[in-house]
Design a protein around this ligand. Structure first.
Ligand code: BGO
Length: 289
């Protein structure tokens, strides 16, 4: 059985450069099922048992673009052994938005902090250890353009196969975490409700609950956001739907904001705090030498 690594990142993070560097000519190009979005996979050079699955470049795992739906569908239903998340170090705030969402999928992850040649040149200082501790995964510096760190990060990603995913970052405030915990209970049958079996694309059934435990946080957040695609997919019984809706409404009243904005704003606030503790900018972006 081969090890499957998913390459995920924002558009322009250097994903294509990294993919080409890792796979060379061992590439297979097709389309994602039913759509004309390009699907590329390839074998890691020198390690034919490791398959690298390229995902569309995306900013978020929301249900609003075809690329995002393809990427999250793959991550949730096909479950790669590990995620290699490429983060453009020169655009770290924006790129970490997706990273916080990927970390909620319960899949082992490693971050390639790419374009590190550029941030070095700018004199930026990035505390990799602190960043990794907060994100619950290792962070490795790479320059895909120069082939620096790429093989190392891919080999480390492959070694994550079969391991437990890291602790997801503590992004949300207490009242939101409280609501999420309640939703998790409702959808994993931890509160003694009658079991409902959710059938997954791979035909597996999850005994005694609606979603598997490793995906509980992901689904709880998406349900809290009232993600229409996830609501359709799970097709929950009315009693659970109503209990979730009243949990969301309580939290919205307390926070005086709508659920989707609460999640988005708290992600940005978390990332701002994280970047301000982990990154010391050298020269301002765009400044001349
Ligand atoms: C152009 N360091 C540096 N300095 N550049 C990098 C690195 C890195 O580590 N990694 C990638 N790039 P894609 P997506 C370009 O194409 O892989 C560069 O969307 C140019 N092109 O070379 O395409 C990479 O697949 C003219 O740059 O990203 C590419 O994720 C002038 O980042 C760009 C300058 O990489 C995006 C750059 C005609």
């Amino acid at each position: 059985m081969s090890t499957k690594i998913a390459l995920a990142g924002n558009p322009n993070c250097g994903k294509t450069t990294m993919f080409n560097d890792l796979t060379g000519s061992n590439q297979y190009v097709g389309n994602w099922p039913g759509v004309t979005v390009e699907k590329k996979e390839g074998r890691l050079k020198g390690e034919p048992d490791v398959v690298i699955q390229d995902l569309p470049g995306i900013y978020s795992l929301s249900p609003y673009t075809l690329e995002e739906v393809i990427a999250r569908g793959y991550l949730v239903n096909q479950r790669p052994d590990a995620i290699l998340n490429i983060v453009d170090a020169t655009n770290i705030e924006r790129n970490l938005y997706l990273t916080t969402q990927l970390a909620e999928l319960g899949i082992p992850m490693i971050v390639a902090l790419n374009m590190i040649d550029v941030t070095r040149k700018n004199g930026d200082k990035i505390d990799l250890r602190k960043l990794g501790e907060a994100l619950g995964c290792e962070v490795v510096e790479t320059s895909a353009l120069r082939g620096e760190g790429s093989r190392e990060v891919a080999r480390k990603a492959a070694m994550l196969a079969g391991k437990k995913a890291g602790e997801p970052p503590h992004v949300f405030a207490g009242s939101v975490e409280h609501a999420l915990a309640h939703i998790e209970d409702l959808i994993t049958h931890r509160d003694g409700q009658e079991a409902v079996h959710h059938h997954h694309a791979d035909g597996s059934r999850h005994e005694g609950g609606i979603v598997p435990d490793h995906l509980a946080r992901w689904y709880a957040i998406k349900l809290f956001e009232r993600d229409e695609k996830v609501r359709e997919e799970l097709n929950l019984p009315d009693g659970i739907k109503d209990a979730i809706e009243s949990t969301i409404k309580d939290c919205e009243a307390e926070m005086d904001d709508d659920a989707e904005s609460i999640i988005t704003n708290q992600r940005y606030a978390y990332i701002n705090r994280l970047v301000s503790t982990c990154v010391k900018k050298g020269r301002p972006k765009g400044a001349l030498t």
